[in-house]
Design a protein around this ligand. Structure first.
Ligand SMILES: [Cu+2]
Length: 383
């Protein structure tokens, strides 16, 4: 009887391991059939990374977060028609796990791979595909990596923060994304879309892109650039901005910052502790590097969470009806969408007739609709 009880306990324990996901760690995939929407609603083709469990790619790719000293096994699968890699930009990894194909390996179509490393240093890092790099970058194959400390200090002996705000700058050239045929020298691209966390213009006024704070609670801005442009940030004095880290290492001395230049591939950690009641913007200028010309400005809004201010959009994903469906699904008030199947392939892009999408001839399965304002809605087709 005693032995039987022990056996039951072991089963219950291993069951909880399975349930907590430890037996199946999250897996990234690469896709070449994605879309992103510009602030004017134009759909632009992208390539990129996404979680296998989600089934769609995003711009930028998913934020990867680890704790200092984690032994990371980043699982990656490539169902797309071309080879890709994950270059772990700025992390201290060995050569074979670095994702530079000539010195490590390509992940070819249909292959799976695992990148392994120990996250020794807390800080802000990046990842991107390193295959025909300029082309795969401008198509959208990049994301941010944060290595945090569980005690919420930036680094051993550093200041404590209440929250991370990941901010990834990037840009793209519409012509290249519309017709992605070949790589090109870095200085030859002339981007015409300038983005913060994958969006621009009034998309940055959506609730999910506004940095909210509680008075007295410092926020760690995790700044990184995958842009071809030079970034020039202006920190209003009410933010009390101090730079503590550069490229994943502490600065010898913290620096109060008013203006900060960020070159391609650089990362900075800037702490802000805004004045109570503040609601304003961090202006971010994009400058063309070869000819030193001003290109564009994006505004990151920072707002006291206690202010009752209306904002554009929400994180709420509108539910289609009926769901699951056999014949059609309707979203009230929507005009156009992109839909992806569970394998990450785009199966529909275009206008809806009175919010209605006919799915009668579609294979049964789980689908993700991406709405023109960037929100997502999932539904199932059954037969
Ligand atoms: Cu690639």
């Amino acid at each position: 009887m005693r032995q039987f009880r022990i056996f039951v306990l072991i089963c219950a324990f291993s069951g909880s391991l399975l349930c907590s996901g430890q037996m199946a760690p999250p897996q990234l995939f690469s896709g070449m059939e994605g879309f992103t929407f510009l602030s004017d609603g134009t759909a632009i083709p992208i390539w990129g990374y996404g979680w296998v469990a989600d089934g769609y790619i995003t711009l930028p790719g998913p934020l990867l977060e680890y704790n200092q000293n984690d032994f990371v096994q980043l699982n990656f699968t490539n169902p797309s028609p071309e080879s890709h890699t994950i270059h772990l930009h700025g992390l201290d990894v060995d050569q074979v796990n670095d994702g530079v194909p000539a010195t490590s390996f390509y992940v070819t179509t249909g292959e799976e791979a695992t990148y392994s490393f120990t996250a020794n240093h807390p800080g802000t890092f990046l990842y991107h595909c390193h295959v025909t790099t300029t082309l795969h970058l401008t198509m959208g194959m990049y994301g941010m990596i944060l290595v945090n400390r569980p005690d919420m200090m930036l680094y051993d002996g550093g200041p404590a923060y209440a929250e991370n705000a990941p901010i990834l700058f990037s840009d793209l050239a519409i012509e290249t994304n519309m017709n992605p045929v070949q790589s090109f020298p870095f200085h030859d691209i002339r981007p015409d879309v300038f983005m913060v966390n994958g969006v621009s213009g009034n998309q940055l006024e959506q609730a999910e892109h506004i940095i909210t704070f509680e008075a007295g609670q410092p926020i760690a801005l995790r700044l990184g650039s995958m842009a071809y442009s030079l970034l020039r940030l202006d920190f209003p004095e009410e933010l009390h901005a101090t730079c503590y880290m550069s490229d994943g290492r502490p600065l010898p001395e913290p620096l109060e910052v008013v203006e900060l230049d960020i070159f391609p591939g650089e990362r900075f950690t800037v702490m802000i502790e805004p004045d109570a009641g503040w609601d304003g913007y961090i202006p971010c200028e994009f400058w063309n590097i070869p000819d030193q010309q001003f290109e564009d400005e994006q505004l990151i809004r920072v707002r006291d969470a206690s202010l009752d201010v209306p904002t554009l959009g929400t994180n709420d994903s509108p539910a289609g009806f009926p769901n699951p469906t056999r014949s059609s699904i309707t979203w009230g008030g929507l005009e156009s969408i992109c839909v992806f199947d569970a394998g990450g392939s785009m199966v529909f892009q275009g206008a809806l007739l009175q919010g209605k999408l006919d799915v009668q001839s579609w294979p049964a399965g789980l689908y993700t609709a991406i709405l023109s304002d960037g929100r997502r809605s999932r539904f199932s087709v059954i037969h």
